[in-house]
Design a binder for this molecule. Structure first.
Ligand code: GDD
Ligand code: MG
Length: 348
């Protein structure tokens, strides 16, 4: 049996002020398509994974949002984390919980905040990944890199004809020179952040590489799916290690496979990446809201529909308003967003 684990506990701060720690981007309709990123993520697996096998792992404070956006989920399918501990504990929790009832299930683990434009190809690749995972490998999807981005994991694969390629090395978020060298070498792809494995394979790797986490979640065997689960999880999360699955497992694991996937993937990490794939008007503006623009080009404007916004003579800017915050920032200075988030947190 196959299960989907959606990781939806991140806070996506680079998308400030739309994405706030109180309401991060996975719960927004970032692309203006009428569905939030979380809803799109869940729907992408229709026909492969039944709704009763979709689990979402998120912060306690977002559980109601998840329930509202995916009303068909039963409360057992929303895993509530009392703290953010990064992705290794998040996956471990889901694997040990689901493993109680379905010890040999296959898990597809996916981030809640990605865009995949070529859905048909994507489903073919996921089906192949599920099949490949039956051979006890950790399976990933690889994206052809287009720039030396230091925000991704880099996967070096063994060249050859097979669709599921043997992984030689996995390097999470390399520094720039290394990323540059990987890009030039031609046998590296970006890690798309989607992982497929059977529960026994994941447990094997967790025990080998993060054995304390394995013990901590294994101790919950008798409480998963009972009224004691939340208390147990609070105690584990209070003390467990915070580490990503990429650093904690993927970099060290032996038996990893990668499937190259030309699926129109974007992790929508930044305003610019959103601009690139969003539909634009004749002036190359991306506009959501009640906005009149004159002599303005290449802007992203995202304002509440309740307010008329008029823009004159503005080029290459981001204008984004949400709740009590308004940001006006040149598009090529968006890396400064971190600074605003920090300042705003101190005011909140
Ligand atoms: N439940 C839960 N709890 N989810 C979390 C937590 C947590 O503590 N931390 C992060 N997430 C969710 C995020 O919401 C996101 O959907 C996903 O897990 C991945 O976390 P990110 O923090 O966005 O990771 P990243 O983008 O830096 O790196 C990962 O993705 C890249 C592709 O976008 C890595 O897997 C890289 O190797 C990969 O290239
Ligand atoms: Mg990410």
């Amino acid at each position: 049996e196959h299960f989907l684990i959606i990781m939806a506990g991140g806070i996506g701060t680079r998308f400030w002020p739309i994405s706030r720690s109180s309401n991060p981007k996975q719960f927004h309709d970032v692309l203006g398509v009428g569905k939030t990123m979380l809803q799109q993520t869940a729907e992408r697996y229709a026909g492969i994974i039944p709704q009763e096998n979709i689990y979402v792992v998120t912060s306690e404070e977002f559980a109601d949002l998840v329930q509202t956006q995916l009303p068909y989920l039963k409360s057992d399918q929303i895993l509530k984390e009392p703290q953010r501990r990064n992705t290794a504990p998040c996956i471990a929790y889901a694997a040990y919980k689901i493993g109680k009832k379905h010890p040999n299930a296959t898990l597809v683990v996916a981030p809640a905040d990605h865009v995949i434009l070529k859905e048909e190809i994507f489903r073919t690749k996921i089906s192949l990944a599920i099949e490949t995972a039956q051979g006890n490998s950790l399976v990933t999807l690889g994206i052809l890199p287009t720039r030396p981005d230091t925000g991704y994991g880099y996967i070096q694969f063994q060249t050859g004809d097979q669709e599921a390629k043997t992984v030689k090395t996995f390097t999470e978020k390399p520094h720039l020179e290394l990323a540059q060298a990987f890009l030039e070498s031609g046998d590296y792809v970006w890690n798309a952040g989607i992982f497929v494995f059977t529960i026994p394979t994941f447990k094997r790797e967790l025990e080998k590489n993060l054995s304390r986490l394995a013990e901590q979640f294994d101790e919950g065997e008798s409480v998963y799916y009972t009224s004691e689960e939340n208390d147990f999880i609070r105690k584990v999360y209070a003390v467990c290690k915070s580490i990503s699955v990429d650093n904690g497992i993927m970099e060290k694991a032996q038996d990893v496979k990668v499937i190259l996937a030309d699926i129109g993937w974007s992790d929508l990490g930044t305003w610019k990446s959103m601009y690139e794939i969003h539909e634009k008007d004749v002036n190359q503006n991306v506009i959501t809201g009640n906005v009149l623009t004159y002599d303005s080009q290449h802007c992203i404007i995202r304002t509440p529909s309740s307010k008329l916004v008029v823009i004159q003579g503005l080029n290459n800017f981001i204008v984004a308003e949400h709740d009590n915050a308004l940001m006006i920032c040149p598009k090529d200075q968006e890396q400064e967003v971190k600074k605003f988030v920090e300042a705003a947190t101190n005011l909140d």
